[in-house]
Structures are given as structure tokens and as C-alpha cells.
Design a protein around this ligand. Structure first.
Ligand code: FAD
Ligand code: NAP
Length: 313
């Protein structure tokens, strides 16, 4: 019987493991289907993790020391994909496909994945000009022109954020009406630095070994295609929440989730099921930043510790 099963080995999962083991839990296993580190390891440069700064620091370099620190206090890592978590009596059962493991508490830290739009060059230039995070990468384009793809709340809010940093922001959207809330649309329309390119889609992102150099845009109404020579393109076409492990056989979720499938938690990362916690990008209102995911993990790790101590008392 595990004291705590942690699912996902990104900043949230690793920090949950650090706090749970250092606080005294003995049997803590972090199930991470790949190498620990999480999605930040795809980033070519991170400069907003407090206290760790040098020019050109990659996400991989930032995360490299984290697992050793956690393992030092007793966290175990198993490179396995969790299929499902179920509540079985007083405890939880973690289904690993070939085996089932019982745990007193579970912390779900499986993150979320920004959707790809599907145009040519999107994958090739991802992390080299194509980004899904304005807070992370906007500053790299200070006083330069950038483009944003999408017409939802995220696209328009991030376009407004980028307009504070960049010299111009083109918003490319496939329709002429928006999913974003009307006041947000109005604010973006009024912003002098934002130019809308509507009924349009990106045909191709192009560049060279140094990164993105521009995008080719085509129009639904047969207008001449347009080329924008921008070094930065931000794609905000929705998000997939990695909540598969919480889905039960009957299609319901083990705990409460919102309409987007994000796990509803309180400020202590408690889900609607006692002993089950969610931390990091998978939860509601997540800031989707490494420092925030790590903080969530710390809170969840401490809560799991309290829960087990009370259960065993
Ligand atoms: P993740 O990091 O997504 O980790 C989740 C982990 O769970 C993954 O490793 C995955 O393999 C694992 N997993 C999922 N399902 C299962 C399963 N069923 N079984 C086992 N394991 C599973 N943030 C910043 O603060 N600054 C930046 O500059 C920055 N830049 C970024 C650049 C890029 C290109 C990307 C993609 C993200 C960036 N972010 C940045 C965001 C940051 O990476 C995330 O907010 C953060 O990693 C979230 O941490 P997490 O632990 O919640 O989830
Ligand atoms: P979203 O609402 O699903 O919007 C995605 C946008 O991307 C849509 O405009 C969509 O176009 C476009 N799109 C989708 N696939 C595309 C593709 N392949 N190519 C080009 N464009 C594509 O996603 P979101 O903006 O991330 O928001 C997700 C949820 O979070 C929403 O419920 C939103 O309201 C909420 N949210 C709220 C706030 C807030 O309240 N402040 C902030 C951010 C997000 P179509 O419109 O044509 O489908």
C-alpha cells in the first residue's frame, strides 16, 4: 500500500513528491510515463523562474536537478503510464494496465496540452518562434511584430498582453465573429497596436535554422494571400486537459471537473474526493507557469501528508 501515488512528473508532481517525502511519508511513488521534467523541457529558453536566471537557460537545464533532489528524500519514480484512478473503499486503486497499486492518497499532476492548429511548419518551428505561451515567450519579441492565431478569450487576452511588449500584434482568426467575451473583443479592437486579420488561416510558417521568419496567410473569400514577416507566432486554439486518468469506466469523472475538464480544487488543492488532490496545469484557474505548478505541488504534498497522518493515527 502506497502512502501517496503521484501521477505526472512535471514541476507539480516533482514538488509534490519533494514535500510529501521530506515531510515524512515513506511510500511515495511518482508515475511519469517519460523522463521527469514535464512540458517545460520542450522550452528553448526560460527566464521567469525566480532565482534561477542566466541567458539561454533551457527548460531541460532548469529541470535537470529536480529529480535528484526529490529522490534524495525518498521519492521513487516509475516510468509508467497510469490508465485510471479509482476509489476503492477507503483507499484508491491506481491502474497501470498490467498491474494495480493501492494508495492512501493520490495527487494528479498530469498537466494540460495546448492544441496545435495543424498548419505546415507549426511543429518544425515550435519553440523556435511558434509558441503557445505569451507570458513565457512574449518578452523575446520586445518591440518587434508578432502574430496571434485564434479568436477565443485566450487569444484576445494574450494579444492584449503582447501589445504591452511588442510593437504590433496581428490577430489572425478564421471567422469574423469571436468566441471571446464581447468586452475583451472590444478592448482588443480599440488597442492601436492590434490589427485583426479575419476570415483567414495560416497556410504555412517558414524560416531557417535560426527560427521562424514569417507566415503565409490565406483567406476564405478569395483575397490575395498575405505574407507577414514576423519572428513570433502565438497559437491559442484551445487546450486539451490531460484528465484521462480520472475518467471512470462509465464515462463519469472521479471528482468534479468544470466544462473544460479542468479539475475543480480549493486553495489547498483538495478535489471533491477526500485524499485526492490535483496540482499544476490540470486544475482550474491554473496560471500555467512552472513556479505556480511547483507551488501547487508543494501545497498538495503537504495536504497528502496531513491526510495520511490523520488516517494512520
Ligand atoms: P506538465 O509539465 O505538463 O507535466 C505533466 C507530466 O505528466 C508530463 O511529464 C506527462 O508526461 C505526465 N503524464 C501525463 N499523463 C500521464 C499518465 N497518464 N501517466 C503518467 N504520466 C503522465 N512556464 C513558465 O513558467 N515559464 C516559461 O518560460 C514557460 N515556457 C514554456 C514553453 C513551452 C514550449 C511550454 C510547452 C510550456 C512552457 N511553460 C512555461 C509552461 C510550463 O511548462 C507549465 O506550466 C508547467 O510545466 C506545468 O507543470 P505541470 O507539472 O502541471 O504539468
Ligand atoms: P476556445 O474558446 O476553444 O477558442 C479557440 C479559438 O481557436 C476559436 O476562436 C477557434 O475558432 C480557434 N481555432 C480552433 N481550432 C483552430 C484551428 N485549427 N485553426 C485556427 N483556429 C482555430 O479556447 P480558449 O480561448 O483557450 O478558451 C478556452 C475556455 O477557457 C473558454 O471557455 C474560454 O471562455 C475560457 N477562458 C476564459 C477566460 C476568461 O474568462 N477571462 C480566459 C481564457 C479562457 P472558432 O471560433 O472558429 O471555433
Amino acid at each position: 500500500m502506497l502512502d501517496c501515488a503521484i501521477i505526472g512528473g512535471g514541476p507539480a508532481g516533482l514538488t509534490a513528491g519533494l514535500y510529501a517525502t521530506r515531510g515524512g511519508l515513506k511510500e511515495v511513488v511518482m508515475y511519469e510515463m517519460g523522463m521527469p521534467g514535464g512540458q517545460i523541457t520542450q522550452s528553448s529558453e526560460i527566464e521567469n523562474y525566480p532565482g534561477v536566471f542566466r541567458e539561454g537557460l533551457t527548460g531541460m537545464e532548469l529541470m535537470e536537478p529536480w529529480p535528484a533532489q526529490c529522490m534524495h528524500f525518498g521519492l521513487k519514480h516509475e516510468m509508467k503510464e497510469v490508465q485510471r484512478v479509482r476509489k476503492t473503499g477507503k483507499h484508491f486503486t491506481v491502474d497501470l494496465g498490467s498491474e494495480q497499486v493501492e494508495a492512501k492518497t493520490v495527487i494528479v499532476c498530469t498537466g494540460s496540452t495546448p492544441r496545435r492548429a495543424g498548419f505546415k511548419g507549426e511543429d518544425e518551428f515550435f519553440g523556435r518562434g511558434v509558441s503557445t505561451c505569451a507570458t513565457c515567450d512574449g518578452f523575446f519579441y520586445k518591440d518587434k511584430e508578432v502574430a496571434v492565431l485564434g479568436g477565443g478569450d485566450t487569444a484576445l487576452e494574450e494579444a492584449l498582453y503582447l501589445a504591452n511588449i511588442c510593437s504590433k500584434v496581428y490577430v489572425i482568426h478564421r471567422r469574423d465573429s469571436f468566441r471571446a467575451a464581447p468586452p475583451t473583443v472590444e478592448r482588443a479592437m480599440k488597442n492601436e497596436k492590434i490589427e485583426f486579420i479575419l476570415n483567414a488561416s495560416i497556410e504555412e510558417a517558414f524560416g531557417d535554422a535560426t527560427g521562424l521568419q514569417g507566415i503565409r496567410i490565406v483567406f476564405k473569400d478569395g483575397r490575395e494571400p498575405l505574407t507577414l514577416n514576423v519572428p513570433g507566432l502565438f497559437v491559442f486554439v484551445g487546450n486539451n486537459v490531460n484528465n484521462k486518468v480520472l475518467k471512470q469506466e462509465d464515462g463519469s469523472f472521479l471528482c468534479k471537473v468544470n466544462e473544460q475538464g479542468e479539475v475543480i480544487v480549493d486553495l489547498k488543492m483538495h478535489t471533491s474526493v477526500p485524499g485526492l488532490y490535483a496540482a499544476g496545469d490540470i486544475r482550474i484557474e491554473a496560471a500555467k507557469q512552472v513556479v505556480c505548478a511547483a507551488a501547487d505541488g508543494a501545497v498538495a504534498g503537504m495536504q497528502a501528508l496531513n491526510f495520511v497522518q490523520e488516517l494512520d493515527a
